[in-house]
Design a protein around this ligand. Structure first.
Ligand SMILES: Cc1cc2nc3c(=O)[nH]c(=O)nc-3n(C[C@H](O)[C@H](O)[C@H](O)COP(=O)(O)OP(=O)(O)OC[C@H]3O[C@@H](n4cnc5c(N)ncnc54)[C@H](O)[C@@H]3O)c2cc1C
Length: 424
């Protein structure tokens, strides 16, 4: 694994003194990268006085859904496709219309229309403050487990977390995973198949008795796992989990977890008992990355759960010139298909607002409508899976074909490079 080359850093004066009007995007992942490409292809050509700046804590984009398998070994995915250098994906746009800033947004002054970025490379300056005409917040959400995303750090931190986990695995005898949603089921299925292989019901005797090599417990507070799917699919997933040595405990939740004296974890369940685990992986809940929102702006910018309160149709926030998309926003359920469906709508409305700022008229708003039918594909191990698309149950082999083979890695090339957004 070779680290990606560092992207060229803009100097603060370059950006601050830029004669162009800035469209600033925060977050370099599904929401931010897609929005940047879309604006550069379909909006800024009509608004030549504008320039797009994409600022991101991570200099690399990650196929996040692949984490449940990728965390176990670098051999499961080509690493150069799993992590992709963001700046390189935008190298074909001239610097007059696009800049990538490797840094973290630390302060948003909604009154002055400025956002301050703390730069990753502090050799030139520690921060840069950008005055925006439009600001798109796409900073995503932090997973509780450091194994499941870029969290608030850069890609090397995620790789280091994976390496430390892999080093501990050979001595693990019991692994507890919390959360019966898709992440918990996928993590449990991948770890089960990686460590235990598939249980053979036709092989009596010692081999069967010694199975599973490592005890894995998945704790879910719902009656079956995958509560967003019909119960029969949850039960099917539980059958596939048993096949790879995962014991599912439903109807109870993890109420507390604490490091144990032996270096493992004590995981307390709501039903009253405490499980001792060598590894504990919480796959429950996320926290929106919005720490740059000022205390005084929280009431109008943030919802009660900490996500950016966003008009679900227009993707605007209550604050003029500020928009949000992706997991940081409450516009829809956190899922990539929602992000991708929202990007063209968001960009059309940004364009409309910028044209209006210049005294023109670009027609009415475009509106996003969330797909609310049953929609979730969940691989369980290397060859099985359950799911539904647009309300229709999908056979296991189709789940494998679409997602289980490589956890969507087949889709990210066009997304990161912008090819996916060639047509408006
Ligand atoms: C294990 C797992 C499996 C998943 N599987 C699927 C799936 O199969 N299908 C599906 O549809 N969805 C899936 N999801 C959800 C999907 O990954 C998210 O919907 C998607 O990643 C959201 O993209 P995003 O751009 O909003 O944010 P994120 O992908 O969370 O990225 C946020 C980006 O913002 C950057 N950032 C954070 N804070 C700041 C800051 N202050 N300033 C600048 N940059 C910042 C981060 O470095 C990161 O690059 C899965 C999620 C997980 C955790």
């Amino acid at each position: 694994m070779t680290p990606s080359p560092k992207p060229p850093q803009p100097t603060p004066t370059q950006s601050m003194a830029d004669p162009k009007n800035l469209i600033v995007i925060l977050g370099g992942s599904y929401g931010g990268i897609s929005t940047a490409h879309y604006l550069l292809k379909h909006v800024t050509p009509h608004l030549p006085s504008h320039k797009v700046i994409l600022a991101s804590t991570s200099s690399e984009a990650l196929c996040r859904p692949a984490c449940p398998r990728a965390l176990l070994s670098d051999d499961y995915f080509p690493q150069t496709k799993l992590f992709v250098d963001i700046a390189a994906q935008f190298a074909h746009y001239p610097p007059e219309i696009f800049e990538f800033v490797h840094g973290t947004a630390t302060d948003l002054d909604a009154a002055l229309h400025t956002v301050t970025i703390s730069l990753a490379d502090t050799t030139a300056a520690a921060t840069v403050t950008l005055t925006y005409h439009a600001l798109i917040i796409a900073t995503g959400a932090l997973a509780v487990s450091p194994l499941l995303g870029l969290n608030s750090d850069d890609a090397p931190a995620l790789r280091a977390a994976w390496a430390a986990f892999r080093a501990r695995l050979p001595s693990a005898k019991h692994i507890v995973i919390a959360g019966g949603g898709p992440s918990g089921v996928e993590v449990a299925g991948e770890i089960g198949e990686h460590l235990n292989g598939v249980r053979s019901w036709w092989w009596p005797g010692a081999k069967q008795a010694a199975y599973p090599r490592v005890a894995i417990t998945l704790v879910a507070d719902s009656p079956t796992v995958l509560p967003q799917l019909r119960p029969v699919l949850g039960r099917a997933a539980q059958g596939y989990l048993a096949r790879v040595g995962v014991d599912v405990v439903c109807g109870t939740r993890v109420v507390a977890s604490a490091p144990a004296a032996d270096g493992g974890w004590d995981v307390k369940l709501s039903r009253g008992d405490t499980l001792h685990a060598d590894e504990y992986i919480p796959c429950v809940g996320t926290a929106a990355n919005t720490s740059f929102v000022r205390e005084g702006d929280k009431a109008r910018l943030l919802a009660a759960d900490g996500r950016v309160r966003t008009d679900p149709g227009t993707l605007r926030t209550e604050v003029k010139g500020v928009y949000a998309v992706g997991d940081v926003s409450d516009f829809a359920r956190p899922a990539i298909h929602n992000v991708l469906a929202a990007v063209p709508v968001l960009c059309a409305n940004v364009r409309r607002d910028l044209v209006r700022l210049q005294g023109g008229n670009d027609g009415g708003d475009r509106l996003f409508v969330e797909e609310k039918r049953e929609m979730q594909l969940v691989p369980v191990g290397w060859s099985k899976g359950v799911g539904a698309m647009m309300g229709f149950r999908v056979p296991s082999v189709v789940v494998w074909l679409i997602k289980g083979r490589d956890y969507w890695l087949w889709t990210t090339g066009g997304l990161w490079s912008g090819r996916q957004w060639a047509k408006a």
